[in-house]
Ligand binder design. Structure first.
Ligand code: TRH
Length: 362
């Protein structure tokens, strides 16, 4: 397969997931020899997320007056962010050109949000003919990440870090910000939103000596502002790069994660179980999204354990009180590791996207 030129458009809504997912995709394509122009309106998070950049990836600032650059072979709009109208018009102009110079218009992909809900399998790969506007005549294709072979899969690059948890713990132990961690302490990452319901969680965690790893943010500010149960210690992390964040996930005993990308990485890179605080949506759409994931994640789980894990996920999302004690970690690890193995055996999103594009090139 020859190398293609990609235009990947990313609008940062808030937090870090838009940039996180798009950077991860861009770096994965670049690692496979493709040239990726990442259009992003706020690249600030990349300074710590990807301080070294990535082979094949150039960051193109996306402001109100984007340069009139010619579209590449593939255009990906992340989460329906819509490329600039002038750029789309230049994509469409290639249709006319094709009649003469045989330059097919770019393959146009809408990379959708991740969900475990059934609609994803029905929607993945659907064609959306553009009937009006600057892209009239072009086809846009829906590409859905997911947890089953009937979806576009997950970005798996770097997930092998989870195969060496001892190595990850050795790395973590050497970090200056981890010195509060006593070896005998349980190690728990808390990467949630400020809204994370805390009192019940801290009580449940205080059942045994535990070091809490806290990335920068409003949740950490909250925790540092209040007295903690004596069994709990805090380790304040700086922002670390995505590969280092994967190592943190691989080193812990439990990961409370959020949004989309850290949620995926906690499944692919960690042998430890996770609790997911979903990105809250005002219309409550997050509840069915949470339920759909839990049904898949807990499908092979003994009922009593599944009930406590489900309650923990619901508690993290304000849908139930925290259980007095967290589920027994070793049984939960076994369920999590079986799920991880199932996901790791699936076709990687990048490989699927390349095949998908090849099958739609004019
Ligand atoms: O930051 P988030 O809450 O991003 C959210 C979600 O993506 C959500 O789906 C989206 O709708 C919203 O943004 C707009 O959580 P997420 O998805 O886990 O993204 C965090 C990214 O930051 C992820 O790629 C991991 C990375 N990261 C690091 O690389 N280093 C760090 O130190 C930390 C804390 C995060």
């Amino acid at each position: 397969m020859r190398a293609w030129r990609w235009d990947l458009f990313c609008r940062v809504i808030d937090n870090f997931g838009d940039a996180g997912v798009c950077w991860r995709l861009a770096a994965a394509l670049g690692a496979r020899g493709h040239a990726v122009r990442l259009w992003i309106d706020d690249a600030s998070a990349l300074a710590w997320m990807a301080p070294q950049g990535a082979p094949g990836v150039t960051v193109q600032p996306w402001d109100d007056t984007p340069p009139d650059l010619p579209p590449g072979d593939v255009v990906v709009e992340a989460f329906g962010c819509a490329p600039p109208p002038g750029f789309v018009a230049r994509m469409a102009a290639r249709m006319a050109a094709r009649l003469s110079a045989n330059t097919a218009p770019p393959v146009w992909i809408n990379l959708e949000y991740l969900s475990a809900e059934p609609y994803v399998e029905r929607s993945h790969g659907l064609r959306s003919p553009q009937l009006a506007g600057p892209g009239a005549g072009l086809d846009k294709w829906f590409f859905y990440p997911g947890f089953t072979p009937a979806t576009g899969g997950l970005l798996q690059d770097g997930a092998a870090v989870g195969d060496d948890p001892a190595g990850a713990r050795t790395w973590l132990r050497a970090q200056p910000w981890a010195q509060a961690w006593r070896e005998s302490d349980r190690l728990v990452l808390l990467f949630g939103y400020a809204s994370l319901p805390l009192p019940g969680l801290l009580q449940a965690l205080a059942g045994q000596p535990t070091t809490l790893l806290l990335p920068p943010g409003a949740l950490r500010d909250r925790l540092q502002a209040e007295p903690l149960p004596s069994n709990l210690r805090l380790a304040a992390l700086p922002h670390v790069s995505q590969p280092e964040f994967d190592r943190v996930l691989a080193a812990t005993d439990l990961n409370l994660v959020r949004g989309e990308d850290s949620f995926v990485r906690a499944q692919l890179c960690a042998g430890a179980p996770l609790i997911w605080q979903i990105y809250p949506q005002h219309d409550g759409a997050h509840a069915p999204k949470l339920a759909a994931f839990l049904d898949r994640y807990l499908a092979g789980c003994p009922p009593a354990l599944a009930a406590t894990v489900r309650q923990g996920f619901h508690a993290a999302n304000g849908l139930a009180p925290w259980p007095a004690a967290l589920p027994e970690l070793s049984a939960w690890r076994a369920v999590h590791q079986a799920w991880r193995a199932q996901l790791r055996a699936q076709d990687d999103l990048c490989a699927q996207l390349l095949r998908f594009v090849k099958g739609r090139q004019g």
